[in-house]
Design a protein around this ligand. Sequence first.
Ligand code: CTP
Length: 219
Amino acid sequence: MRILITAGPTREHLDPVRFLSNRSTGKMGFAIAQCAAARGHEVVLVAGPVALASPPGVRRVDVVSACDMLAAVEEHLPACEALVMCAAVADWRPRQASAVKLKKRAMAPVLELEANPDILATIRGRKENRIFVGFAAETGDPLPEGRRKLTEKGLDLLVANDVSRQDSGFAVDFNCVTLLPIEGPEQQLPLLPKLKVAERIVAWVEQALAARPQKETQK
Ligand code: CTP
């Protein structure tokens, strides 16, 4: 299959040295890309700013902001049969970004923000018979929000995880997730290395693609 994977955070610059972002390090998305490439799939990995080496055999597209990530996803989606939105996309960006460093005395104490596009919502109408997988990183029980995002974002599978745990989630090599498919039973996985979680997700996508109604997706 040809699979498009997003990973890492996005950065929303206020000026060349300051930005809004989040704690994502890209490890989960890179593990999915590594696993998919190792299984012989064609992988396009759209990566936010992360300190990780590209897995072998992966075509990597580096982006900075949510708007950049949306453009890269829109460019590569048509040639792909599956999309895994693992990136922690920043929901807001500063209303104004300065091309030069802002001086402290020239800055207002309140930052004006505007909403970033929701990438999944924007491309939803172009899904056709592609498989779409999303993630929900929550503090506390991730299942209610995970189930809401599964249906509201029009996904085939939602991977829910609790990022308030110290031993799983952001910036560590382990993750504890529940797979919430749109059809079929939910699967709570034990605490596993991210590469093992990645294997379960890639296997799920392979099976979903094999089971989907046959139709040409590529234009
Ligand atoms: N996502 C997206 N575009 C955004 C924000 C999120 O496509 N602007 C995707 C993420 O990559 C993920 C899924 O939507 O696959 C859920 O992301 P999450 O941040 O958990 O949800 P939000 O819709 O941002 O909701 P909230 O921040 O209120 O929890």
